[in-house]
Design a protein. Structure first.
Length: 141
């Protein structure tokens, strides 16, 4: 695994821990939402779209970027489920009105299926646009 991937994965976990700590400290969700794992995933998506040489590498990157997010999400939702203490991880705007069990299991299943595949598709689109731009620039040279 590349050092850059380890860095992105660690940053996502750290941001998730910060997000959990902020919500546990009682800060309002309007503040806690800015501790965003999604922003780090998107930054990683852009980076790996440009530096990965193959589709397989980009698919692997998509799964590895979602893995720490999924672990933090499921752990925080598990905490909410077991303790009954509300956290931002199961706030109305993020749970779409589902129960805690459905939300937790949904993240576990989604984190292994559609979430990384969605990241992969966006990564492929970014790669395609990048490659097209490179070809246009080289064609004019």
């Amino acid at each position: 695994m590349k050092t850059s991937m380890k860095g992105f994965m660690a940053a996502i976990v750290v941001m998730g821990v910060i997000r959990f700590a902020l919500t546990m400290a009682g800060l309002p969700n309007t503040v806690v939402k800015f501790a965003s794992m999604t922003v780090l995933i998107m930054a990683g998506l852009l980076y790996f779209a440009l530096v990965s040489a193959t589709h397989k590498e980009r698919l692997k990157a998509a799964y590895l970027l979602i893995l720490p997010y999924m672990i933090v999400e499921v752990a925080a939702l598990g905490y909410t489920w077991i303790s009954g203490h509300p956290t931002i991880f199961h706030a109305q705007e993020y749970s779409f009105g589902t129960g805690i069990a459905t939300h937790t299991i949904g993240h576990l299943v989604g984190g292994l299926t559609w979430e990384p595949l969605s990241v992969f598709i966006v990564t492929e689109v970014v790669w395609f646009i990048y490659q097209g731009g490179r070809r246009l620039l080289h064609a004019n040279a």
